[in-house]
Design a binder for this molecule. Sequence first.
Ligand SMILES: [Zn+2]
Length: 548
Amino acid sequence: MTDALRLVGGRVYDPANGLDGVVADVCVEGGRIVATVPDTARRIDVGGMVVMPGGVDIHSHVAGASVNAARRLLPEEHAADAEPAPALAPGEPRARSGSGGTVPTTFTTGYRYAGLGYTTVFDAAVAPLYARTSHAELDDTPIVDAGFYVLVGNDAYLWQLIRTGDRARAQHYVAWLLSAAGGYALKVVNPGGVEMWKRGHRGRIGLDDPLGSDSLTPRAILDTLCDAAEALRLPHATHIHCNDLGLAGNVATTLATMQALSGRRAHFTHIQFHAYAAAADGRRMSGARDLVEYINQHPEVSADVGQVMFGPATTLTADGVVEYLLYKSSGRKWVNSDIELETGCGIVPHAYRERQAVAALQWVVGLELFLLAADPWRVVLSTDHPNGGSFMAYPELMRLLMDRAYRDECLKRVNATLLQGSALADGLSREYTLNEIAIVTRAGPARLLGLKHKGQLGVGADADITVYMPNPDQSVMFATPRFVIKSGIVVVEEGQLRRAPSGRRLHVRPAHDRTIEAPLRSFFERHATVSFDNYPVGALRDDPVPTT
Ligand SMILES: [Zn+2]
């Protein structure tokens, strides 16, 4: 099914190549975009339809031990959202049933992402110790090309290296860690805060607070990881979840973290959760203006928003501190797990409601970040699935960005208690164009991830393509693509999922100095329950993405 194919006469939105709604044919052969195909090639008439590269999700949670624990926490969602096996084309391997809800099962995750026109997905937080589980689950997540970021920065070995001033070795250690786990990028969550909380500390951890040693601070952790990502020429910058998630006044922490890394490439994730100012009475208010102003002026900074969408969610993070606080305030079911030597993990089911003041503020702050951002290439779309809402809410989010009248109607319904000083409440007229939607959902994330063959439709690019039927209600348009093509295979045809090939694994394998392995081995022998030899996941089916 990777035969030659010509999509005829669609309106092509391919921002990486400067095409903004240009009527053109798109040709595919051998899984890639080509300049032309023989006259005998299959033709699909997409006249009047919108053609974009396949969607690229830079930050989601879809595979691994923590996601699996979240699935077990919500059996009622499974019963309420059973997903029968899709009716694939004759001759296709048997499809699998599953369940949806805020944390769908593996097969359903792949089918539903593809059903929205997304063809690449990254899980943003995998403890290296559980990397095997994540690979196994991604093996069972069809269609999408996928990878994950490796949690580092609250781990005992890195702390030891920073404490002793051995930053050079730290670079080789994280290179080894990425290779051992089969990961794609470095992810740091609440640097210092997770490990100190595991040790019984219950206050905030500031950027320059010593972590049991004057030389070890959150700032030193961030410095070390960002420098390592640059030295190793990783395709994606260090992916940073700042300290103080969710707290009133945390925009100061986020800005201080950005300033600490000034001039260096860094990606700040789900910044909506890190963009709150503090009112005189201590309550949260929007800090989006200050944060966006900084991002607008600093081209080395990129971000995804982590938009909150009203409805059910599952909060799920290595930031066990946050989940403890959410559990205390909500009284809902709670999972907290210690991942030996490496990180923490917390999970709490949640619901965001329009009439709830904090949820309304979060929804507003996210939209402000999108609508005030000057450069959509650097402020890209996410809901931090399933934290701010399901990826299934992306079409609704795109409508909120594109349709001011609709957005203003929604705004009238929300609790306005915490909205003083809000730019959105004051009135933001911006409406995203289709070209800008193509940037924040495909071209931008692909560029930030260093995926040269994705997020664009130039000759040689991966033939990942989504075709939408225009609709005055953009949420309908984006929820129901007419065609989705993945690596040249037509997976969605006339709106129906018809094929479900395996996706590829996206990972890196940067070189490291082998002399670091002997001390690592003795560290494992002394402290870990897993042996050094059993820790690496070994060879993966797909070649690594080059790091130069
Ligand atoms: Zn996340």
